[in-house]
Ligand binder design. Sequence first.
Ligand code: GDP
Ligand code: IMO
Ligand code: MG
Length: 427
Amino acid sequence: MAGFVVVGSQWGDEGKGKIVDLLGAHMNMVVRFQGGNNAGHTVVVNGKKTVLHLLPSGILNHDALCMIGPGVVINPFVLLSEIDTLEKQGQPCDHVRISDRAHLLMPYHVRIDELQEKTAGDRKLGTTKNGIGPCYADKYTRTGIRVCDLRDWDVFCEKLKYTLERKNAEITKLYDGEPFDYDEMVQQFAGIRERLLPMICDAVDKVNKALDSGKNVLFEGAQANMLDINYGTYPYVTSSSPTAAGVCEGAGVSPKKLDRIIGIVKAYSTRVGEGPFVTELLDETCDMIREKGAEYGATTGRPRRCGWLDLPVVRQAVTINGLTDIAVTKIDILSGLKEIPVCTGYRINGKTYDTVPASLNDLASAEPVYEYLPGWSEDISEIRSFEGLPENCRNYVRFMESWLKTPVCLVSVSPEREGNIILKKLL
Ligand code: GDP
Ligand code: IMO
Ligand code: MG
């Protein structure tokens, strides 16, 4: 039995999709356990880029069943259009399954997310406007509609009627927005239901049976620790738990079954949307990193905010996830810098901390404490052995490893599936 977990260790977009695709070749199943189509996971194979939002990044490997687990919020229209796009490109998707327990992300969730953001003024969160927060809110107020409800059409229609009345009241009265027509929405769902039904399964049973029979199962996190609903920079977070604990909750798996927990760490920091970012750069170095690293949102196209590596942030991910391994990505983007600042603490009101404070005010006033590591000038994207890397680049990796007290299993040096240096074999 081997349960593998890939999670983001910063603010998302660390390169989780690339690593999931790489490990996917050895997996019998790849499982999404939280989030929804707010994720944008990029996989590059032979120069061809595929961006996945709801489908697991193991999708290109047809031998692994691709499961969308109970903890995910599923926009069924997005799911089918993602499948259609891939199938048009000759990529079969008959190995996709969706959990009967997952919640349906409905058109009104998207509209409410958009309207909340539009009317929030200074309080806007910078969400992906995909309805994630409103859908999870309904789940926890116990008014959500689940995938299994699609099986019984009368139940589905009755729940939709009841919910839509309330949602339309919210949309029109609170936000002065456009209401939805019930009959139209019923028609929309009637049009996709037949395609969805064969994909629906008891994911908890399937995932646990796979693990119990010795199969390799990979759990693919979306977002990251700093966007976690409990441990992120609240309220500038997403509405789920993108952690190893989130696997247990969102896939119905015991913590005892998780063998390797791999945290993906970008060699610098990026963030999309609003919220505190202590090591943020606001100068031409930021532009350089953004352009060289193609730091534009894979879901929204928004320019990502860029900054230096923040080790207290990553250490929180190490602790909360219990990371067994770290995969460092995008270190190739740092080539050409004379020296590279790495944040090892924060100075707040004259005191130094090496943990991430909860309070937004503390984070806003925090000054990063930097250690300056010497840089390297060589292009490293074609290097495939650790010894082949420039000494200062190796030292950068070793510095992360010793500060975080967690082994680095892999260093990624290009977006391509093969662009890796393996330090420790995981399988
Ligand atoms: P995810 O959300 O964590 O899957 O990451 P994204 O796909 O949103 O963003 C990561 C971006 O970096 C994608 O465009 C990847 O193709 C790219 N990428 C991943 N690893 C590397 C790497 O080691 N070097 C470079 N240059 N690009 C990488
Ligand atoms: P992947 O899986 C980066 C951010 C949004 C916003 C906040 C809340 O590709 O790493 P939401 O739509 O979830 O309510 O937005 O979270 N966010 C991400 N940032 N990568 C992601 O996913 C993200 N998913 C959500 O920008 O700040
Ligand atoms: Mg992404």
